[in-house]
Design a protein around this ligand. Sequence first.
Ligand code: ADP
Length: 184
Amino acid sequence: MQVRINHVVISVSTGDITAWKGDIIVNASNSGLYGGGGVDGAIHRAGGPQIAAECALIRQKQGGVMPGEAAFTTAGRLPNLGIIHTVGPIWKGGGAGEETTLARCYISSLDLACARGARSIAFPNISTGVYNFPKKLACETALSTIADYVQSTGPDKLPLETITFICFEPDNARLYEETLKTYI
Ligand code: ADP
């Protein structure tokens, strides 16, 4: 399933993000950038200790990453150009600015990817695991944020050509397919 906005192809696929071969993989990390469970654990395991070593340097330099922000490391053993570690909001009922913070995760990650000249990027479904963000709202927030970003950034300023959402759970895959269709 894919949709084109300006020159960018936005698509949804299923599976393990560590098997994806494009330029940038986004990681749903934590503020300390300590490899944890879920997608974070999978990326650290697949990429090897180089990623944790670079995360430690970022911790030393700036004390970690705030929710909504993002940091870049290389991809260790993985074939990608790099990993962008972003920190999603923990869902606390919706009154703590969670939706805005989640949108900022996507924007910060895209800004960093563009600064690196990336042509392709893959996102997991940030915050929809242990951080408990409602899946439908997370999906709508992700897609509307990405669509706005692509529409409002001139093609000359956007090296990205493909943006892929990798859904690990069938529930999320269904939601993304249904919601992406509304952008055709
Ligand atoms: P968060 O703390 O942001 O909720 P999680 O890792 O717990 O992060 O979950 C985020 C999303 O990543 C969930 O939808 C989960 O199903 C998904 N996920 C877990 N492992 C992988 C993987 N290997 N590849 C892609 N997505 C994954």
